[in-house]
Design a binder for this molecule. Structure first.
Ligand SMILES: NC(=O)c1ccc[n+]([C@@H]2O[C@H](COP(=O)([O-])OP(=O)(O)OC[C@H]3O[C@@H](n4cnc5c(N)ncnc54)[C@H](OP(=O)(O)O)[C@@H]3O)[C@@H](O)[C@H]2O)c1
Length: 336
């Protein structure tokens, strides 16, 4: 099969389009002939060597949708030819509060979805909603699952609450905006781009500020009113996470699931306890959460935000775009 493989760490040019053999199916597995895959920032971290447990060569990619092309020895053969979307959370385990020690994400160490075929456990394929194209379905998995768990399971947002989402151009952030609005929250956002702030407003955000301006915390606090937002959903980390502690309202919640800008060095502990804050860590989610996140997009009224669609062979350009934060929403790879 054709696939994009990473043999060496480095820039986007390290992603090579090549022929790769597909291994035999084991018991409990299915092969999916992929029609579309999508990027996550994780893929960029891995390519640059900024991720734990890197093993090379590897086919990157956690998101995918396609058609079941073969089933393993003990798998129901009626699954053949079904249109499916893939849950990239592998081996979450039985505790819904936290993933098991054997939890893995599709696309490292196991080969992922930047390929014509991928092999996954049968439990990780779900019917593709008929209202969604393969590109739309492939945009959903990792980012919507992460946004869903962050907002619903961890922050437990309520209708009418004010939610701030940082870095709205990101894949997870755009899902967080869609989900928070669907659940009746009032949403404010940050971005490094005025055009992205405008796009967010068009999608139902009540306002937003450019984090490149010095006074963004003050501006956002005034916009939110009532002493600040009830909830902040942050994946920027670094100084943004430190400022989120300042911005959130007393008694509020902050959910963190990423550190795009690096470590947060100066956490003001006194502010956390005096403001009675709840700080929640979050990572992807359970199979049940994946089903619930997917269901939000199943009736066709809510669509994932797709920034652009590139042929699989142009994965280098897709990675460059993500690394430059040029996207608004998901960057998708189309696979013939
Ligand atoms: N723990 C988990 O399970 C999990 C799951 C998914 C993602 N993540 C992590 O979450 C982060 C986002 O992932 P993604 O795939 O959505 O990435 P992405 O699509 O590449 O989005 C990254 C976004 O970060 C924003 N950003 C950059 N600098 C910023 C700053 N100083 N302040 C605020 N925002 C800033 C940019 O927003 P603008 O373009 O609007 O400026 C950019 O679009 C990554 O670090 C990723 O590794 C973790």
């Amino acid at each position: 099969m054709k696939a994009i493989r990473l043999h060496e760490l480095g820039g986007p040019e390290k992603l090579t389009y090549e022929d790769v053999p597909l291994r035999d199916l084991r018991s409990g597995e299915v092969a999916v002939r992929l029609k579309a895959a999508a990027l996550n920032h994780r893929d960029v971290w891995i390519r640059k060597g900024l991720y734990a447990g890197i093993k090379l060569p590897v086919i990157l990619g956690s998101d995918g949708a396609g058609v079941v092309s073969a089933v393993g020895p003990d798998v129901d053969s009626s699954l053949n030819n079904r249109d499916v979307v893939i849950n990239p959370s592998l081996g979450w385990g039985t505790d819904e509060k936290v993933q098991s020690a054997s939890f893995k994400i599709l696309g490292l160490p196991d080969d992922g979805t930047y390929a014509e075929f991928v092999i996954v456990p049968v439990a990780n394929v779900l019917p593709k909603p008929t209202s969604l194209s393969f590109e739309e379905a492939a945009a959903i998995p990792l980012a919507s699952l992460t946004a869903y768990r962050a907002l619903v399971t961890r922050a437990q947002i309520n209708r009418g609450e004010t939610v701030v989402i940082t870095g709205i151009g990101g894949g997870v952030s755009t899902f967080a905006l869609l989900i928070a609005r669907k659940l009746g929250a009032r949403v404010f956002v940050t971005s490094g781009s005025e055009a992205k702030l405008k796009r967010a407003n068009d999608l139902g955000a009540s306002g937003g500020v450019n984090y490149r301006t010095g006074e963004w915390v003050k501006e956002l606090s005034e916009m939110c009113g009532n002493g600040g937002p009830d909830v902040i959903i942050d994946s920027a980390g670094g100084d943004t996470f430190t400022k989120a502690i300042e911005l959130v309202k007393p008694g509020g919640r902050i959910v963190t699931f990423g550190a795009t800008t690096g470590a947060s060095k100066q956490i003001e502990v006194r502010r956390i306890f005096w403001k009675q804050l709840t700080i929640c860590g979050s990572t992807m989610g359970t199979s049940e959460e994946f089903s619930r996140a997917l269901a939000m997009f199943s009736d066709g009224t809510l669509k994932p935000i797709i920034d652009s669609v590139h042929p699989l062979a142009d994965a280098q350009e897709a990675h460059r775009k993500m690394e430059e934060a040029e996207q608004f929403g998901k960057i998708v790879l189309q696979i013939d």
